[in-house]
Design a protein around this ligand. Structure first.
Ligand SMILES: Cc1ncc(COP(=O)(O)O)c(C=O)c1O
Length: 375
């Protein structure tokens, strides 16, 4: 069996063809494909506006610049990739880490408690972890009752739907971000996007993506004005052509992921391997996370990773609690009370899931995992 990674892109000839077409065209950087991709993503998500950028981290950074002020306290999750809370540090905002619930997403009840205790909190940055969409009723309730800014980090969750509301539609949030890194549902190589329903935010994001520069019809032909300290977070026409092609196949990609997840669920439900959640209609299954109580098996998690690697199977761990990272510890974080996250971190690991994972490969993963855990 050749190496099976935990995640992988699905690129076919039609993707390659559209990229080649752009390479032969007049525009390589921002041209017609960027706008077309932004409109397609906005329409897919049922949001008013979309700004495509160079990666998901840039999407978070620009959103934070548009939404927050220096010193703002923001509730966020320890169970994410570093970029979620790093984007708060980039703008001198202050992450406040809140424990997770059993499904791996931030615990909204604890968020509410914190909002009651500390009225100076300005925002929540929540992650739809593994593709499991954020509880929209809770978001609506928190937004209406506490008048806070909400960002949905949907880097894992494009295509997810909860109560008829699509990830990225921003029905109950100010902004939502996506990542189009190759391990995600659909890819542009590197790439990301922000969706919003607020024109003011949209216009600010466009300016910030391009060095803070503004150019209007009233200006002299050579003129431009820098009105903000922006960045070069532009995405290219090459990437957006790929994104448009991938977006057309997203439904199929998600169906395949769900199929794989259901097969894992069926086998594991009678074993010591506990799926993070059994089939969940709110998830678009970026990740398939399981939990094992390692005090009840004859192998450590470290050994399990090594043994599975020796059998050509790539496990991953999502995530090391961000607040426990050395950099965050230097800033004074790390001692928050997060018992659910701590136990989750001891038990969790992610299994391969991607549309081209074959049945025999999945059977091989399951057989070897059972074998190795049996000792
Ligand atoms: C939850 C989450 N947010 C943000 C990002 C950042 O996205 P990118 O890698 O495209 O910068 C990632 C990337 O893995 C992620 O998983």
């Amino acid at each position: 069996m050749s190496f099976i990674p935990y995640g992988k892109q699905t690129i076919t000839q039609d993707d390659i063809d559209v990229v080649c077409d752009v390479l032969k065209s007049d525009y390589l950087t921002i041209g017609p494909k960027v706008k077309e991709f932004e409109e397609a993503v906005a329409e897919y998500c049922q949001a008013e506006y979309c700004v495509a950028v160079s990666n998901g981290t840039a999407a978070l950074h620009l959103s934070s610049l548009a939404l927050l002020q220096k010193g703002d306290k923001v509730l966020t999750t320890p169970n994410s990739f570093l970029a979620t809370s790093n984007s708060l540090l980039y703008v001198d905002a202050k992450p406040v880490f809140i424990d997770i619930a059993e499904d791996g997403n931030i615990d909204f009840d604890l968020c509410e408690q914190k909002l009651k205790d500390d009225t100076s909190i300005k925002a929540i940055y929540a992650v739809a972890f593994s593709g499991n969409m954020l509880n929209q009723k809770k978001l609506k309730y928190l937004k209406e009752n506490y008048n806070i800014i909400i960002l949905e980090d949907n880097a894992h969750a494009i295509g997810a739907v909860c109560d008829g509301i699509k990830a990225g539609s921003c029905k109950n949030s100010d902004c939502s971000i996506f990542s189009f890194h190759p391990v995600k549902h659909m890819t542009t190589g590197e790439g990301g996007a922000i969706t919003t329903n607020f024109k003011e935010i949209y216009e600010k994001l466009l300016i910030l993506r391009n060095h803070g520069m503004v150019k209007t019809l009233e200006m002299k032909p050579w003129e431009y004005e820098m009105q903000e300290l922006g960045f070069n977070y532009r995405i290219t026409d090459i990437q957006c052509a790929l994104g448009l092609s991938q977006l057309k196949k997203l439904k199929y990609f998600i169906e395949k992921r769900i199929e794989i997840a259901k097969t894992y669920d069926e086998i594991f439900c009678k074993s010591i391997i506990k799926p993070l959640y059994m089939y969940n209609g709110n998830s678009s299954y970026h990740l398939y996370v399981v939990r094992v109580d390692f005090t009840k098996v004859n192998i450590t998690k470290e050994k399990l990773f090594v043994e599975m690697r020796d059998r050509n199977i790539g496990l991953q761990l999502h995530y090391i609690p961000i607040n426990k990272q050395p950099y965050y510890k230097k800033l004074g974080y790390g001692d928050e009370k997060t018992p659910v996250m701590d136990r989750y971190y001891d038990e969790c690991f992610s299994l391969p899931i991607y549309p081209t994972l074959k049945d025999d490969e999945q059977a091989y993963i399951i057989k070897n995992l059972m074998e190795v855990l049996d000792g």
